[in-house]
Design a protein around this ligand. Structure first.
Ligand code: SF4
Length: 81
């Protein structure tokens, strides 16, 4: 499973931080930070989701009020939102 986080879309409500520990607060920027991710050159941070974190990652994507977080399965099919 892969997760993508769109930095520009994020409005810093930090609900995702409560759902999955890979999301951290950057209070100064008012943005979430996705740990261990790589930026794709267009402000989207991408990383693999470990199997034991798949549920948490999906909850993080589901809870984001502006759909800044998207989760894909290994075939590239969008799962959430
Ligand atoms: S829930 Fe969405 S808007 Fe809020 S900090 Fe996370 S990514 Fe940003």
């Amino acid at each position: 499973m892969r997760i993508e986080y769109d930095y520009d879309t994020c409005i810093g409500m930090f609900q995702c931080v409560e759902e999955w520990g890979a999301f951290e607060r950057d209070e100064d920027a008012g943005k979430a930070v996705l740990a261990d991710s790589e930026e794709d050159g267009e402000g989207v941070f991408v990383r693999e989701v470990p199997e034991d974190a798949e549920l948490d990652a999906k909850f993080a994507a589901r809870t984001c009020p502006v759909d800044a977080i998207t989760v894909y399965d290994d075939d590239g099919e969008q799962l959430v939102p």
